[in-house]
Design a protein around this ligand. Structure first.
Ligand code: NDP
Ligand code: PYR
Ligand code: MG
Length: 641
């Protein structure tokens, strides 16, 4: 009898020699090696020897392995794991097998096709009897699921149905999301994802993503190795401190990286197995969560200072060590007192991107540039006023100033003078300079102090008003009317998420401006009918940018992000707006075309990376749009041998 470490296989797991062979040589080869996690070179060699000890006799035509279940004298099946005999205080070994066939194939979201398994596949993969007899197409599965999702009246129920699907049948999940993007984006993303995060602890049955808490300090590399996939290309990481405009949701912020990465795949075509959602848990300052006995995170106040930065540093080093130089780390929904510092610190050593600062900047610049067709002039002809001077506000302001300077050849300090920001203390002016956070200082222009938005609108007379405060209903009727009094077509962007935090609704913007506003918002609003005309609001959300931007970095093997790549992404997005879109008052193309849009963004970003000498995938593909499209993940089922 050949000895090997893999324990004998039980009847309960439903395998046979045939399925083991099929597993090793077929689709599940990778799964086998993952389930026996390689931690050291020694262990890897040991595992290879184990594997060889199984495979060699089989290659040699020997039938020496007795993998059939062993019956016991008293009847039944031998309790090989000691599970049946172990009392509650005894230890048992949590053996699992990941060979994707039979029952486990149906439970593997990556390979499961449900009723769409063909007769041949059912026979070859030990599925007979595990499924009802009917065989249906993926299209019919999609139709059935969309019907049942539409029957839910409560958005959170739709969200949970989608998450259940993602955990059950990944390809079908992405097929639904891609084919019904405008309908399902508000379900898996803003606004519903905000509510899901608020209730995250209670709505989830299975954990998603990787949790790295202070408890993992000193062993983050090991934790990364627990993740079942190795070839990671994109990580979205949050510490949960500023989840949308909902504040500190601690560990429950996990819904955001999970949702963003679902969009990386659906909108940008990055393979799901190459995506890793991470939540860094350093505690929370949210008293409600701290007092909640069902809270899923560390029940302590947030670690700050050295303790915080040491953990983040260990994470960033472990990521590079485990996945290499070209893994993209997207920072998401960190509070601004850490976000700017992390971006500056790791921007020179890692491939990092802050979606809230940079992705938002790129999408808003695209919207403003596109809107020039409707409101007239060039960028430098306009005056910008922001409500909110944090990550989103100052990030957007800086990219607009950069683009303005490139167009006019004026120094960036000159361009910045056309941009004004209001924070919770009022207009940012030079007399406040000493007490301002560093990211606000460039915007401290000479002016008398003004302590509210309405006064600022009346005095500064902006042509473009941008909300990035995270506070809902702050664009009041008076503010919109003041914008309308100064401008034939005021451009108003209410970026704060989710819908409850939007600075105003689409209906308010159109009504209060008597149909003259060009309006876009971070979370979606339905079209509005005003005085017999239908106005379609655009969605100014970084979801237009980050999937294509990330794809561009990945396919070109780029090693560092450069501001010019953000401008390239913005330019590509603005170019996708058609006359048909403009006629409806839209300054963004519809999300239905997002894969084409993402391919164009990816191509423009990759082209810039090659131009800057930051791309490592050589030779440069001649047609980058076609290349980007060819790299995109398709959710259509694959045939199994
Ligand atoms: N549409 C999109 O794609 C995106 C939308 N967002 C949304 O933007 C919002 C802000 O995000 P972010 O910039 O990261 O957050 P930050 O916390 O970094 O910034 C918030 C800013 O708003 C200011 N502010 C808060 N309350 C008021 C108030 N009542 N009046 C005036 N200013 C106020 C703060 O002032 P102070 O500095 O004085 O505290 C701060 O400057 C969130 O709702 C987020 O969801 C973010 C990224 C992308
Ligand atoms: C959209 C986004 O990234 C945010 O609201 O934070
Ligand atoms: Mg965000």
């Amino acid at each position: 009898m050949t000895s090997f470490n893999i324990p004998p296989i039980t009847q309960r797991q439903g395998f046979s020699i045939k399925s083991r062979i099929c597993g090793f040589f077929g689709t599940s080869k990778r799964k086998i090696s993952q389930s026996h996690r390689v931690v050291t070179a020694e262990k890897e060699q040991e595992e290879q020897e184990d594997m060889e000890s199984i495979l060699k006799p089989l290659r040699d035509g020997e039938s020496v392995l007795d993998l059939s279940p062993r019956s016991t004298v008293s009847g039944g099946v031998e309790d090989v794991y000691g599970e049946d005999r172990a009392t509650e205080d005894q230890l048992v070994t949590p053996w699992t097998f990941s060979v994707a066939s039979g029952y486990s194939l149906l439970r593997d979201p990556q390979y499961n096709k449900g009723l769409a398994f063909t007769e041949k596949e059912r026979d070859a993969h030990y599925l007979c009897g595990l499924l009802p007899p009917t065989v249906i197409t993926q299209q019919l599965q999609e139709k059935k699921l969309m019907k049942s999702i539409r029957e839910y009246q409560v958005p959170l129920q739709k969200y949970m149905a989608m998450m259940d699907l993602q955990e059950r049948n990944e390809r079908l999940f992405y097929k639904l999301l891609i084919d019904n993007v405008e309908e399902l984006l508000p379900v898996v993303y803003t606004p519903t994802v905000g509510e899901a995060c608020q209730k995250y602890g209670s709505i989830f049955r299975r954990p998603q993503g990787l949790y790295i808490s202070l408890k993992e300090k000193g062993k983050i590399l090991e934790v990364l190795k627990n993740w079942p996939e190795r070839s990671i290309q994109v990580i979205v990481v949050t510490d949960g401190e500023r989840i949308l405009g909902l504040g500190d949701l601690g560990c429950q912020g996990m819904g955001i990286p999970v949702g963003k990465l679902a969009l990386y795949t659906a909108l940008g075509g990055v393979r799901p197995s190459a995506c890793l959602p991470v939540t860094i848990d350093v505690g929370t300052n949210n008293e409600k969560l701290l007092n909640d006995e069902f809270y899923i995170g560390l029940g302590q106040k947030r670690a700050t200072g050295k303790e915080y930065y040491d953990l983040l540093h260990e994470f960033m080093c472990a990521v590079k060590q485990n996945y290499g130089e070209k893994v993209l780390v997207q920072f998401e929904d960190f509070a601004n007192h850490n976000a700017f510092e992390l971006l500056a610190k790791y921007g020179t050593t890692h491939l990092v991107f802050n979606d809230d600062i940079q992705g938002t900047a790129s999408v808003v610049l695209a919207g403003v540039v596109a809107a020039l067709k409707l409101i007239g002039g060039i960028l430098a002809d306009h005056t910008f006023l922001f409500l909110g001077a944090g990550e989103a506000g100052t990030g957007i302001a800086e990219l607009i100033a950069l683009e303005m300077s490139k167009q006019t050849k004026a120094p960036i300090e000159e361009s910045r003078k056309k941009i004004w920001l209001v924070d919770s203390k009022g207009l940012i002016v030079s007399s406040r300079k000493n007490s301002l956070q560093h990211f606000k200082k460039p915007w401290a222009h000479d002016h008398e102090p003004l302590n509210n938005l309405l006064d600022a609108v009346k005095v500064i007379k902006p042509t473009v008003l941008i909300g990035s405060s995270g506070v809902g209903r702050t664009f009041t009727k008076e503010v919109v009317q003041a914008m309308t009094a100064n401008n034939e077509k005021p451009l108003i962007m209410a970026l704060s998420n989710p819908t409850s935090q939007s600075e105003c609704t689409a209906e308010e913007a159109y009504q209060w401006s008597e149909g003259r506003a060009i309006f876009a918002s971070g979370s979606p609003f339905d079209p509005v009918e005003y005085k017999g005309k239908v106005y379609v609001p655009g969605q100014a959300n970084n979801a237009y940018i980050f999937p294509g931007f990330g794809l561009g970095l990945v396919i070109s093997g780029t090693i560092r992000v450069h501001d010019d790549m953000l401008l390239a992404a913005s330019e590509a997005l603005a170019k996708q707006v058609t006359d048909e879109n403009y006629n409806k008052g839209l300054i963004y193309p519809p999300f239905t075309d997002i894969r084409k849009i993402s391919a164009n963004i990816a191509a423009n970003v990759a082209a810039k990376a090659y131009e800057l000498g930051l791309a490592t995938r050589l030779p440069r593909p001649a047609d980058l749009v076609q290349y980007a499209e060819s790299c995109m993940y398709s959710p259509v089922y694959r045939n199994y041998r």
